[in-house]
Design a protein around this ligand. Structure first.
Ligand code: NCD
Ligand code: ZN
Length: 416
């Protein structure tokens, strides 16, 4: 048996323990000592469950000048992410069974980490045809990829998903609340797509959701959290937890939904610390620097982030600003539960996806280290604690902070 030891996050606390891993890459035992054929001792570094990122855009197929599956999943591993859920706004969009099959075969054998695929049904009937997708994404507003669905279609998608017990992830902005105005700054963008668009979309969603399983993507405000339909889970992105309209990011900070004011960001952070946000998901949405050089109102919305979510949160935890339990819950256990995959916790029977991290090692975030194809990060210069080693089903994908193996990622089967 292969054994990995260190200060292990087990049953809600850290203890010096050994994690035994079987031939299939599953956790077979967690004990003080274990007899091993091969053992890797991380000393007093922390051993945490690998992160599960519910919201990434790896741009393959069709948009591989921005990112591709190999580069994007390599970056994921660098940031301690061992499972990603990949969004459907690639080219062609994942709106048909053919596009879903085509995407699955294009990505096969190329990912450094495990992955789930979202589809974007345009109607209730499409839900049935797209049942091989892990979960669905529904855009209530226009964004990159033109996949917006109107309220009647949204309702029929929710009805069919309810029957099929599928998870529907919702981009909740109501375009009826958008304000036509000249947009030349982050503050203008925030006013053009205001918080009211979020609360209004969530109110609409609460009226039509029935018993569908819904997850609300990238909530940006406390008002948004207060408007969540009952029983819905939600995520926040580090974009909205760490950045706001006071930053001089220009178009690099243009994302949908927009960055909010410093006061909104602080309120969101407090809500997160207090356990009101289920998951932290990156909304990794790379665009090239050249594309971002366009005039503010023309530039595409979206920013990369898959490699920085865990390091940023780990840094806040080290600074005493966030419980380690919140980091693990938001980055691993809750998102695994929401997606319905056997990951996200150090427990017998789960996949041995593990992060080794020494929180005393604080690095300055530099784009080069993250290896994104687009070559930039909106978190440049901020501090992060990066993993020294990352294991996917027991095998190292990161060693000494550097990529060690690629192409081992598997497509996760849909839970229904
Ligand atoms: C996303 C992208 O670029 O794919 N952009 C963004 O600002 N979040 C699209 C999206 O999910 O809205
Ligand atoms: Zn997105």
């Amino acid at each position: 048996m292969r054994v990995i030891s260190g200060r292990v996050w087990y049953r809600g606390r850290l203890d010096p323990l050994s994690v035994g891993i079987d031939e299939d890459g599953k956790i077979a035992a967690v004990r003080k000592t274990l007899r091993a054929d091969e053992s890797i001792d991380h000393g007093d570094a922390l051993i945490l469950p690998g992160a599960v990122d519910l919201h990434v855009h790896m741009r393959e197929p069709g948009l591989t000048h921005k990112e591709d599956f190999a580069s994007g999943t390599r970056s994921a591993a660098i940031g301690g992410v061992t499972t990603i859920a990949e969004m459907p706004n690639t080219v062609p969009p994942v709106t048909t069974a053919d596009a879903l099959d085509g995407k699955a075969s294009a990505l096969k054998g190329r990912g450094a980490v495990d992955y789930a695929l979202y589809a974007a049904p345009r109607s209730g009937e499409a839900v049935v045809r797209l049942r091989k997708a892990t979960a669905f994404k529904a855009y209530m507003a226009p964004s990159t990829g033109d996949l917006q669905v109107r309220p009647p279609e949204l309702e029929s998608i929710l009805r069919e998903s309810e029957t099929n017990r599928k998870l529907v992830v919702v981009h909740a902005e109501d375009p009826a609340k958008f304000r036509a105005r000249k947009v030349v700054s982050l503050a203008d963008h925030a006013e053009a797509r205001p918080k009211e668009a979020e609360t209004s979309a969530l109110a609409l969603l609460a009226r039509v959701r029935g018993n569908a399983r819904i997850h609300v993507a990238h909530v940006t405000s406390r008002e948004g959290l207060d408007s969540l339909p009952s029983g819905a889970s939600c995520e926040a992105s580090p974009l909205h937890l760490f950045l706001d309209t006071s930053r001089t990011l220009g178009t690099q900070g243009k994302v949908n939904p927009p960055l909010r004011s410093p006061a909104d960001r602080e309120a969101l952070w407090d809500a997160f610390r207090n356990g009101r946000i289920d998951a932290v998901a990156s909304d990794h949405a790379p665009h090239t620097l050249e594309e971002k050089e366009a005039a503010f109102d023309e530039a595409p919305a979206g920013a990369p982030g898959v490699a920085t979510s865990f390091p940023l949160l780990m840094r806040r935890s080290r600074a005493g600003d966030l419980d380690l339990g919140r980091v693990v819950a938001a980055m691993a256990s809750r998102p695994a539960e929401i997606l319905g995959v056997p990951k996200g916790a150090i427990e017998v029977g789960r996949d041995a996806d593990l992060i080794a991290v020494d929180p005393r090692r604080v690095d300055t975030i530099r784009a080069k280290r993250l290896r994104y194809k687009c070559g930039w990060t909106p978190f440049e210069g901020m501090e992060g604690c990066f993993p020294t080693a990352v294991y996917l089903r027991g095998e190292a994908v990161i060693e000494d902070g550097e990529p060690a193996a690629e192409g081992r990622g598997r497509l996760l089967a849909p839970s229904t």
